[in-house]
Design a binder for this molecule. Structure first.
Ligand code: OGA
Ligand code: MN
Length: 321
């Protein structure tokens, strides 16, 4: 892509600064940028080129003050790829969510029935659809109603390129070429999925194998790909060895210095690259109302490039702010 302007992108730096009317301001964290001067309802090809470059470089984009209908969200997301359609749920039918691409993420109940997913309990660290063979690519959340600041309904993210790039050499050696069997039975609220069968030995459950070291199809850089922690196993290990290795990887990957915590305001649109990040949310006050609309596109089947060990680090984690 060519972006002729005052924006800076000297290799190995990342795009930032002003490009025409659009401003890309890195967030004071190991990932993320705020985009200013852009109305997502009026996104054109040139605006998308800039947005997409910033997305690959910063992993997460925040656009505040947006007023997006579901149709507007679908129009933005469609530019990032093919939709990964969420299941049609009873809540969706009951609450007339017309666009099959849109999921409601909310704790609000009407007549005792939830209008959306994820409630107000803890949502554990995860990447979206990591329990499928093809994982999610870009995921986007648009905040329609948010609890007051301080209510604890923030979303935390971590840069998994930075987690790989800073992993101690001894651990890097152990996980190059290794795969994790990702559990499909439990969701991020730790509940058994509808129709799933609980098994005692996680090695015997259903779920895809994904490489621990995942080479990004667009950036060419590696990230740690961990999915979720519970009931995941490193293939070819005893359960004890697997648990010890996964605990070490998770302890490293979730360190706050790799992350950004988003404190939501109404009208915020946050979109992130699910292929190289993880996220979580704490439990929050059930009396507070939180309503988000979400959509996502398909990513890819994670792979480790044959020359992964020789790939350069992703520049965002090293950005001098
Ligand atoms: C999601 C998700 C957490 C939150 O929508 O993918 O994990 O903060 N949401 O609502
Ligand atoms: Mn999620």
């Amino acid at each position: 892509m060519t972006v002729a302007s005052s924006a800076v992108r000297d290799t190995p730096a990342v795009i930032r600064g002003r490009v025409g009317d659009i401003e890309i301001i890195p967030l004071p964290a190991a990932m993320g940028a705020e985009i200013r001067g852009l109305d997502l309802r009026k996104l054109d090809d040139r605006g998308f080129d800039i947005l997409h470059r910033a997305y690959l470089d910063h992993l997460l984009l925040l656009v505040r003050g947006q007023k997006l209908s579901d149709a507007d969200m679908v129009a933005v997301a469609r530019r990032f790829g093919e939709f990964e359609l969420p299941p049609v749920t009873a809540e969706k039918v009951a609450h007339h969510v017309e666009h099959p691409e849109i999921t409601v993420v909310s704790n609000v109940r009407v007549g005792g029935a939830p209008i959306g997913e994820l409630g107000d309990g803890e949502v554990i660290w995860h990447s979206d659809y990591s329990f499928r063979r093809v994982i999610a690519g870009m995921r986007m959340l648009h905040a329609l109603e948010v609890p007051p600041e301080g209510a604890g309904a923030n979303t935390e993210f971590r840069n998994m390129y930075a987690a790989w790039d800073t992993l101690p050499e001894s651990l890097k050696k152990r996980v190059l070429g290794a795969t994790i069997k990702h559990d499909t039975a439990y969701d991020t609220n730790r509940k058994l999925r509808h129709g799933a069968v609980a098994v005692d030995d996680p090695r015997l459950g259903d779920g895809p194998d994904h490489p621990v070291v995942s080479t990004h199809p667009d950036s060419g850089c590696n990230s740690l790909f961990l999915g979720r922690r519970p009931r995941h196993v490193v293939n070819g290990c005893t359960l004890e060895e697997s648990d010890a290795l996964l605990d070490a990887l998770w302890a490293h990957a979730t360190q706050p210095q790799f992350g950004y915590t988003h404190v939501w305001r109404e009208g915020d649109t946050v979109l992130w690259d699910n292929r190289c990040t993880i996220h979580r949310r704490g439990a929050f006050n059930p009396a507070a109302r939180r309503v988000m609309h979400a959509t996502q596109v398909r990513g890819h089947q994670p792979f480790e490039a044959p020359d992964a060990a020789a790939r350069p680090p992703h520049p965002r984690g090293q950005l001098q702010l």
